[in-house]
Design a protein around this ligand. Sequence first.
Ligand code: SAM
Length: 329
Amino acid sequence: MLVDSFGRVATDLRVSLTDRCNLRCSYCMPPEGLDWLPKPELLTADEVVRLVTIGVERLGITEVRYTGGEPLLRRDLVEIVAATAALRPRPQISLTTNGIGLARLAKPLARAGLDRVNVSLDTLDRDVFVRLAHRDRLQDVLDGLAGAAAAGLLPVKVNTVLMRDVNEHEAVPLLRFCLERGYELRFIEQMPLDAQHGWRRDRMVTADEILGLLKDSFDLTEDDPRARGSAPAELFLVDGGPARVGVIGSVTRPFCGACDRVRLTADGQVRNCLFATDESDLRSALRSGASDDDLAARWVAAVRGKRAGHGIDDPSFLQPARPMSAIGG
Ligand code: SAM
């Protein structure tokens, strides 16, 4: 088991399959992109599957979420999902994606064993999309969402980051859009994980503000907190339910005490927290012939050192050297 020194058990594995992305969301990376990892440094599909297998078969991982960068850019994604679905005990398999290309890939992914998706959608306005993501791809994202629902990748969840003076006015239209289509919307507070180090606390749209914006138009009642478990989103029934909306207050309402996540970067580093400042290198060990036992032992040691909290509020807080796109969101 992957247990840390505070007794938390990591069962939810987030695997970044690439640091590349076809959008340039300003809370994540600069318009010109980043220096991408050289291809030889990326785990191959076989290497990803070997590490995921160790996680599932030996270390108690029960959920595998593929992410990035943009995971749909990996040509071998369907193959990776199929190999993950063949593991026993079979983990839950999900994907976090910007949705570009999902209209075409949703069915093959569902057939391969993908259970569900989280699609990122920050705006319904084409001009705002271009301003925020520096690419004119809103329609592709909307088509991807519809494709995911048609392929039965349910519940389709939508992730939204609100930014002041950019898309905060869209909280209500975005929720209406999701309610009408049966998508579950989650608003995520913007975190200090952008490559440009442009995050400022006083510019962040907080969970309280998001709820305030929604409460003007909807009746929100807190869902049974026991249903939340270790999930990052606080859930609210909308107009009496059953539809729900989530708010992930990563900064102002941290949930580190219930965290059950561990991350594997696209270049094979274990990170025990999004905000960890160190990583454990499984790729070098794997490529120099380490046994499954050895890799599992390194992974256990990496999780044991997990800190109590992300510490964004500590005066000594340091933003991780790697941005969200390289860590895997
Ligand atoms: N490309 C995929 C996508 O767009 O969903 C997966 C990777 S992306 C890094 C995963 C999630 O992280 C997205 O929902 C994105 O909005 C979110 N994200 C990225 N940077 C963030 C930040 N600084 N604060 C909060 N969420 C962020």
